[in-house]
Each structure stands twice: as C-alpha cells, then as structure tokens.
Ligand binder design. Structure first.
Ligand SMILES: Nc1ncnc2c1ncn2[C@@H]1O[C@H](COP(=O)(O)OP(=O)(O)OP(=O)(O)O)[C@@H](O)[C@H]1O
Ligand SMILES: [Mg+2]
Length: 334
C-alpha cells in the first residue's frame, strides 16, 4: 500500500479505529509504520510526517481500553478514545449490558463545563421524552443521551454511538475531491427536517458546525450532535467555539430559527468546497444550488426564510427541477 492509500484508510477509520486496528493493534501499527515512515517516502516527507502522526494518535487511542468509569452502581468500560472535543474527551465505551456507547468526559473541572454537559443531557432527554408526539422521529436526527454524572470531579455524559462521519471527517476523506451536487440535497434536507422538529418544540441548536453534523452515507441519514449550547428560541448560545466564530450569523444574542439554518448553510458550503470564514460559496456547484445557499445566508435575519419546513419544501422543489424525482444515489467514499 502506498502512502496515499494508508492515509485514506486512516481517514476512513476515524469513525471507528477498530476498522483498521483489528485484533492485534500493535502488530498492525508496526506493519503500517513501515509503509508511512518519512524515510521510506522520499519526496513526500511532509505528507509522511502527518500520516505518521495520525497513525500514532490512532494507536494511542487504545491505551484507555479497560478503564472503568462509574456512576454509582453503573459501570462503563472504555474501549478507545474517539476524539478530543472542544470541552470534552470523547470515548467509545461499553455499558454493563454490553451496549456500545459514547462517553464524553469534561476536560476541565470547572462548574461551567458541568453546566454545559448537563444542558446537553437535559435537551436530549427532552427530545427523547417526545417519542409520543405524533410524527416526531427524534432518534432519526438526534442521539439518545442515557446518563449524566460526575466521575473524578469531571462531568460525564453517556450517549448513543453515532457511527457516521462528521462533516469534518468527510472533508478529510474527500481530500480536495468534489462531492457531487446531488448529495447536497439529501444532506441539507435531513438537517432541515431535524431543525423543523426542534424549532417546533421551541428549541434551537445554535451549533450546527461541521464537527456536529454526522452523516451516515449508506442510509442518507444525518444526526446532529452538539447540544451543550442549545437554547430555547430567542436566546443565543452561551459561547461560540473560537474555531468557527467567523461562521456565525450576526444575531448571536437574538437567535431565531433562521440562525440555525444560516449556520447549517455555512457548514454545507464548507463541505462542498466553499470558504465560510470569508463567506465564499463553493465554486464548482450548480448555480441554482449556490443561489439557494445564498438565500439562507442573507445578513439580515428578517430577509431569510425562517421556517425550516418552508426551506425544506423550497429545496425539494428545486432538486426536482434540477435532478428529477428523488432517487437514492450512494455517496462513495473511496
Ligand atoms: N455520540 C457520538 N457518536 C459518535 N461520535 C461522537 C459522538 N459524540 C461526539 N462524537 C465525536 O466527538 C467529536 C467531539 O464531540 P462534541 O462536539 O460533542 O464534544 P465537544 O466538542 O467537547 O462539545 P461541544 O462541541 O458541544 O462544545 C465530534 O465531532 C464527533 O466526531
Ligand atoms: Mg464539539
């Protein structure tokens, strides 16, 4: 396998490192190091260094295996570290019934961070409690959050493991290749459906950034993470991650449904090759889809369509004109 192929396999395994490191992580690591080391990739040393770092990070992910985290008489066993989030470390874990879960553990001991993780738990619990609301397929769009507790003075939540790729991970997998326009439609539609439901319940997500939008290509599904700054409609997020600050709409303090749609449109623009930092839309995209994105990104919230269901209907109509009746086109990652 050449360097590009190993890098691609590492990127694909970001959603679950066990896809690459099967039974013998150490042996696999040694085998791959021989292929990606800068010394055996003359002329590609810079890329090789980056790939080697990724590989080392993935091996290190397994060092937590077996660690127990307890909430009273409930025990979770860590399997590996998935991600380093903004506020928390994110682990793949097993509960005592053997179910695979994601365990988020705050990196800081401060009460503020506890409040944020508790907020995420409370919001998702609220959604989960709505199962009897007719038509509210909450689990299709949002992960279930099972537990919240303090372990070793750190706030923890336990969630459903969403085995998809975040927009951020997808961008890395595509590595500059263009994602075909057809996929823009189903990805945006799923997000608008999810937002339609939560806006109806009086909630805003306030954080539809690439790290929080999880795609399952084989199901054309999208699940939304990132509920620590969720708020009731009309209130803005308590904080904005520095990395995405320039992406946010101006009305941070008077957040409304169109603000969620704005931020989602920025993330879609990023995924399809645009530059949200500078409000530049993707160049190679169909002009009508660009115009559609533009309409979600008008500066004045009063000029945007604020009803997610309406935006969804407009997009469905446009897609029909551009691509004909909806059909399932697989998003190929290789
Ligand atoms: N339930 C989950 N299933 C799969 N992956 C997850 C899950 N929760 C988090 N992740 C992964 O971990 C990353 C960081 O998670 P998240 O953004 O929720 O934590 P955070 O950055 O600490 O909190 P926040 O962004 O809400 O302040 C996500 O981008 C995603 O890749
Ligand atoms: Mg995050």
């Amino acid at each position: 396998m050449d360097l590009d192929a190993v890098e691609h396999r590492l990127n694909l395994a970001a959603r679950d490192p066990r896809l690459l490191f099967t039974s013998e992580p150490e042996a696999k690591f040694r085998e791959l190091v021989k292929q990606v080391h800068p010394d055996v990739n003359p002329g590609k040393e810079d890329q090789a260094k980056v790939v080697l770092q990724k590989l080392e990070r993935m091996r290190a992910a397994f060092t937590v295996a077996g660690t127990e985290v307890k909430n009273g008489d409930r025990t979770y066993q860590l399997i590996l570290k998935l991600e380093e989030g903004n506020l928390s470390e994110v682990f793949l874990a097993k509960d005592q019934e053997g179910n695979e879960r994601v365990l988020k553990m705050a990196r800081s001991l401060t009460p503020g961070v506890r409040t944020f993780l508790k907020k995420e738990y409370d919001t998702l619990q609220d959604f989960h409690g709505r199962t009897s609301d007719p038509g509210f397929f909450h689990s299709q769009y949002f992960p279930v959050c099972y537990d919240y507790f303090i372990h070793d003075r750190r706030a923890c939540t336990v969630m459903e493991h969403v085995s998809g790729y975040s927009f951020t991970q997808l961008k890395t997998i595509f590595h500059g290749r263009k994602i075909p326009d057809q996929h823009f439609v189903w990805i945006f539609k799923r997000i608008l459906e999810g937002m339609g439901w939560i806006h109806k319940l009086g909630w805003s997500n306030c954080s539809l950034v690439p790290d929080h939008l999880m795609i399952k290509p084989e199901e054309h599904a999208v699940k939304v993470l990132g509920w620590v700054t969720s708020e009731k409609t009309g209130t803005g997020p308590a904080f904005v991650p520095g990395k995405y600050k320039a992406w946010y709409p101006k009305e941070k303090k008077t957040w409304n449904p169109s603000s969620d749609i704005y931020l989602a449109a920025q993330s879609l623009s990023y995924l399809f090759g645009g530059d949200p930092q500078n409000k530049k839309l993707p160049i190679g995209m169909h002009p009508n889809l660009r115009l559609f994105l533009q309409s979600c990104l008008l500066e004045s919230p009063g000029s945007r369509v604020s009803d997610a269901w309406q935006v969804l209907e407009n997009l469905t109509e446009l897609a029909r004109k551009l691509f004909g009746p909806p059909k399932f086109v697989q998003l190929e990652l290789t």
